[in-house]
Write a protein that binds this ligand. Structure first.
Ligand SMILES: C[S@@+](CC[C@H](N)C(=O)[O-])C[C@H]1O[C@@H](n2cnc3c(N)ncnc32)[C@H](O)[C@@H]1O
Length: 282
């Protein structure tokens, strides 16, 4: 009798292959254990006894794709998540960005938009919102649709406000949204600065002339090889002197790209592309 763990591993390989062949999404370089857990959960949620049973559904039910991507992609986030990171951005990064006539900020893996609205609030408080353009991207179209509405459950507001205060917020967090019943909606002045777009870090290209890239808690789901590809993409997208912010469990330290960046704050995973070295020599 074959080992069920091995069977599920083979099923996962075939599932990943089917997803790529049928729909063009390539999860083959995602960290294996967490991808397997999410695929198992997806199978259970769809009433299937195992990952392999998802394969015919991927083939014959194309309408399932949105749900499949949504379930595989973990769109968990928070406003001012890790507030101390936003406090350092406020103190050390935004004042530098304020010296540019225009600022492009790329929020890669934006989930439902919590982080991009947080960064837009920082820009507002640094006086550079009208000169800023935010590009917030993700592979999860369901999350992107929610993000672009800027709507969140009102029960989350206390947590948002606490994080905002810890991040050195200069106003009342309530200044940035309107309440409607059990929902809040972020103010139009913030929403209209953000372009939400589908972009896959595995397969898609650069966003040129970016001054700040925030990509937090996304690389943890990738293999080492894929992390390197994505870091290279970021280096190619940044202007010289542009900033890169990773999640607190992600680092540039052991990457081949590390020599091209200076460390602004390692504990907060904030890096800056050096001005003097050409990235194309990597
Ligand atoms: C845990 S959330 C992180 C959200 C936010 N950056 C934060 O730190 O709170 C990870 C996000 O990465 C997105 N993601 C996963 N793979 C991706 C890819 N290949 N390209 C773009 N986004 C991806 C997921 O859809 C998800 O919304």
């Amino acid at each position: 009798m074959s080992d069920p763990a091995t069977t599920e591993d083979r099923a996962l390989d075939l599932f990943v292959h089917a997803l790529k062949m049928c729909h063009g999404y390539d999860f083959s370089d995602y960290a294996r254990a967490s991808l397997k857990r999410r695929a198992e959960q997806l199978a259970a949620d769809l009433g299937e006894p195992g990952i392999g049973h998802l394969i015919p559904r991927l083939i014959y039910e194309p309408s399932l794709l949105g749900d499949v991507i949504a379930r595989l992609s973990v769109p968990v986030s928070d406003m001012f998540r890790d507030p101390e990171v936003f406090a350092v951005l406020r103190e050390r990064v935004l004042p530098v960005l304020a010296s540019y006539p225009r600022v492009n900020i790329w929020q890669a893996g934006c989930a439902q938009g919590e982080e991009v609205y947080s960064t837009a609030i920082l820009a507002e408080e640094a006086g550079l919102l009208p000169r800023s353009r935010f590009y917030a991207t993700d592979i999860n179209d369901q999350a992107l649709a929610r993000a672009s509405e800027g709507i969140f459950a009102a029960r989350r507001v206390d947590g948002f406000a606490t994080n905002y205060d810890r991040a050195g917020g200069r106003h009342d967090f309530a200044d940035y949204y309107r309440s409607r019943y059990d929902l809040i909606r972020m103010r139009r002045t913030l929403r209209e600065r953000v372009v939400f777009a589908h972009h896959n870090l595995v397969t898609d290209g650069v966003f040129a002339e970016t001054h700040l890239i925030m990509c937090r808690n996304v690389l943890i789901y990738f293999s080492q090889a894929l992390k390197e590809r994505v870091l290279r993409l970021f280096a190619d997208s940044l202007v010289r002197g542009g900033y890169l912010v990773l999640g607190t469990r992600e680092t540039l330290q052991f990457s081949a790209l590390a020599p091209y960046f200076e460390v602004v704050s390692e504990p907060h995973r904030i890096y800056r592309l050096k001005r003097e070295r050409s990235i194309h020599r990597v």
